[in-house]
Design a protein around this ligand. Sequence first.
Ligand code: FAD
Length: 273
Amino acid sequence: MEPGILKRYSRENLKKREFSCSTFMIYLGVKKRYDMDHHTIVFAKDYRSNVRNIFQDRTLSDDMSFYVQNASITDPTLAPEGKSTIYILVPIGNRLGATDWAQEREPFKQMMLDLVTRRTPMKDLREQIEVERVITPLDWEEKGRIYLGATFNLSHTFAQLLYLRPRNRFEELDNCFLVVGGTHPGSGLPTIYESARISSNLLCRNTASRSRAEQPPGQGSRSAGSIRRVGDRTIRTRGGAAARLPSFLLMGLPAASAPGPDRLHLAQAPSER
Ligand SMILES: Cc1cc2nc3c(=O)[nH]c(=O)nc-3n(C[C@H](O)[C@H](O)[C@H](O)COP(=O)(O)OP(=O)(O)OC[C@H]3O[C@@H](n4cnc5c(N)ncnc54)[C@H](O)[C@@H]3O)c2cc1C
C-alpha cells in the first residue's frame, strides 16, 4: 500500500505495539509410546528469570519452561502402531531479541533434549527419535511470515485486550474487514473463531445494507429478497446481492485497527430481522 494511506495503522505505528513471545518447536516421530499424560508443562526452576528472559531481555537461558504434548496416548492412530508423536514447545523471546537462530538452532535443540530427558520420564528420548522437525523464531518469521516470529500475535496486554484490540471493521479503508489473531477479541483458537464470526456477520450486514441501498425506488428488498441464516443471525438480501459484493479483504495477519461499537453488538449476538 502507498505510504500515507494508513495513518493509525501505518507500519511505523504498528511497530510501536507490543507483540507476543515466540516459540522454539521440536516435533518428533518416536519409535515407542511413552506412558505420559497428553499434556505436560514443566516450569523452569527459576521461573522469574525465565519469564524475564522471554519478555524483557529476549535472551536464552539454560533452564527453560516447556510444554510436551504426547498426543498418541489419546489417539494412537497419529503414528504407526507402537510408535508415537511428541512435540516440545519452548516459549521464547520474539525476533526483537539478538539471538542468531542460524547459529543457535542446533545447540539450543540439544540443550532442550537434555532438559526434557532430565525432567520428564522420557529418559531414552534421543535414541527413540525416528524423524524430527525443528522450528525456530526465525523460521516462524521467514517461512511462516509471522511478524517478529511473534506466534501469538499482538500481546494480550491490558491496552491490547478484547475491546482495546484492533477492530474487525477496518476504519481506514472502506469495505475492508480484519479477522483472527491480531484483531478483536484476541489470539487463541476459541477467540479466533469468535473473531471470524464477528467479521463475517459484519460483512454480511454490510453487503445486505449496500444491496438494499442500491435498489431502484419502489422495490422493497424484503419482498424481493432471500433470507439466509448466518451463524445465529438472519440476513435478508436481494436476489443477486452476491454478484455485487463489495471489494473486501480478510486479513489474518498482525496488522489492524481499533475498537468500535459494531463489534460490541455483534459479540452479544443481537437478533436482527
Ligand atoms: C506452537 C503453537 C501452539 C499453539 N497452541 C494453541 C492451543 O493449544 N490452543 C489455542 O487456542 N491456540 C494455540 N496457539 C495459537 C493459535 O494457533 C493461533 O492463535 C492461531 O493459529 C492464529 O490464527 P490466525 O488465523 O490469526 O493466524 P495463522 O494460523 O498464523 O494463519 C495466518 C495464515 O496466513 C498465511 N499468510 C501469511 N502471510 C500471507 C500472505 N501475504 N498471503 C497469503 N497468506 C499469508 C500464513 O501462512 C498462515 O497460514 C498455538 C500457536 C502456536 C504457534
